[in-house]
Design a protein around this ligand. Structure first.
Ligand SMILES: Cc1cc2nc3c(=O)[nH]c(=O)nc-3n(C[C@H](O)[C@H](O)[C@H](O)COP(=O)(O)OP(=O)(O)OC[C@H]3O[C@@H](n4cnc5c(N)ncnc54)[C@H](O)[C@@H]3O)c2cc1C
Length: 435
């Protein structure tokens, strides 16, 4: 993310979204955060700007959480930690792992802020959204009033994931679990084999993630189990795997002018980087979360109820492989699994879900990347839901059919922020607000 104070310009991490602003506030304390919101007519709180959707800026005032990022308190008897919302996930993990604590499910990015991750329904696999591990939050409303809301409050499920339109998250309290170590095995499986096995794997393993490799006929399956000691089955990661991003970028550069080259690029990448059986042992954070993100991407992600996934996957695979669609997809397409929850705007609200990522390594030409449109069309046909932080074209009229609590959420938003101070143009379209 880039903030040019002189030009008063905010730009997202991959350069695809840019907005001007009038004021930039950088509060150090909760009262300052509340005051900044109260005195502005049009305001967004910004995290690290790593969202592909236009949800961060586009308001007269931006409030940065960069300096509002410290620990607030620990409750050792309950295993709870409270932090300010500008803290990054990396900082949170360092804090809790040093106390022997963990969170049960984590996204594959640690540079996100807690406020940004909660607002967008950020999630990992084999568990809940990050917000599913919240005990309570302090929220700043449109008038700058501060309130605490937690489990047991009937509206907590609206606040857990709100794209920042119900108020700014000031602090978040998480319930932690004891730190354990995962033994992970990664290896390629043919599509027919992993598709036949994932429901059983979800019952048998603590961690299940599949990096689907479109146009190759394979998925790279990562299965993990918590173990007291390293069982040592398999080889460590081959040294040349560290060049995966560089080689991907090089090959996919060629697909900008020649998208039909993508299947061949994928087969080369599969052979080089997704063919071995690799073993890892470490904490969930240490062994599964990517620590550096030096390449830029443009991302979409959709979820669908687990029972609908087999039919959807067949259609997706057939359509991506059909050259007539000219919708070839870069690898990997990340397939993850979520337990059902009650969070109103969660992608797993009401049913266990499968989430499927779609990525291009050339964000600057994302508009021409046809896989995004094709994936969106197919998921919508199966009542799939988009990830709030990622790229999608659907707007309020379509989105309201996808979440059972949509109308209640938009009514609550209207009640809490009738003047729409937390909305930019994009969010008005998403939530169907005129003006
Ligand atoms: C490489 C990459 C990998 C990713 N991996 C995953 C993944 O594994 N799983 C997943 O689910 N997502 C993933 N994401 C998406 C990512 O988690 C979200 O985009 C997240 O919101 C980014 O955090 P941020 O701090 O950059 O938030 P921003 O992009 O800055 O903000 C996101 C939204 O949150 C709002 N916001 C920020 N702080 C607050 C606050 N304190 N109160 C209220 N609203 C606030 C902003 O206004 C904005 O609407 C990934 C993204 C990238 C780029």
């Amino acid at each position: 993310m880039l903030i040019d104070r002189e030009k008063r310009q905010w730009t997202s991490w991959n350069g695809n979204i840019s907005h001007h602003f009038n004021h930039l506030e950088t509060p150090l304390r909760e009262e300052e955060l509340a005051a900044a919101i109260a005195r502005s007519n049009s305001v967004r709180v910004i995290g690290n700007g790593q969202s592909s959707a236009d949800i961060c800026a586009g308001t007269a005032t931006l409030v940065s959480g960069r300096k509002y990022n410290g620990p607030v308190s620990f409750d050792d008897t309950k295993g709870e930690v409270t932090v300010q919302a500008g803290m990054t996930l990396a900082e949170l993990m360092e804090l809790i792992e040093s106390r022997g604590w963990a969170l049960p499910s984590l996204p594959d990015i640690d540079s996100v802020t807690i406020g940004g991750a909660l607002a967008t329904g950020t999630h990992g696999t084999s568990g809940h959204l990050l917000s599913g591990y919240l005990r309570s939050m302090r929220i700043i409303g449109a008038d700058g009033e501060i309130e605490e809301i937690g489990t047991g409050d009937p509206l907590f499920d609206a606040f857990r994931c709100s794209v920042g339109v119900l108020g700014a998250v000031s602090t978040a309290t998480f319930s932690c679990v004891p730190l354990r170590r995962l033994a992970l095995v990664e290896e390629p499986y043919r599509d027919d084999d992993w598709m036949a096995s994932w429901p059983r794997w979800l019952e048998e393993h603590d961690f299940v993630r599949i990096l689907w490799l479109p146009h190759t006929g394979f998925g790279y399956v990562i299965l993990g189990d918590y173990r007291g000691e390293d069982p040592g089955f398999g080889s460590p990661e081959p040294r040349h795997h560290r060049y995966r991003r560089d080689v991907s970028r090089l090959l996919y550069r060629h697909t900008v002018g020649h998208p039909g080259f993508t299947p061949r690029a994928n087969r080369i990448l599969k052979k080089l980087f997704f063919s071995s059986r690799v073993h890892r042992y470490g904490t969930l954070y240490g062994a599964t979360v990517t620590k550096s993100r030096n390449s830029t991407l443009e991302l979409a992600e959709w979820s669908v109820g687990q029972p609908s996934f087999p039919a959807l996957f067949e259609e997706l695979k057939r359509s991506l492989n059909d050259g007539k669609n000219r919708a070839w997809a870069h690898i990997p397409m990340d397939v993850r699994f979520l337990k059902s929850d009650t969070t109103w705007l969660s992608c797993a609200c009401g049913e266990p879900a499968v989430t499927v990522g779609c990525v291009t390594r050339h964000p600057g030409t994302a508009d021409e990347y046809r896989a995004f449109d094709l994936v969106e069309r197919l998921f919508l046909r199966h009542s799939g839901r988009p990830h709030w932080a990622k790229r999608y074209a659907a707007r309020a009229d379509v989105l309201r059919e996808l979440w059972p609590k949509w109308d209640e959420f938009t009514a609550l938003r209207e009640k809490r922020d009738p003047a729409g101070k937390f909305l930019n143009g994009y969010l008005r379209d998403i939530f169907g607000v005129r003006g």
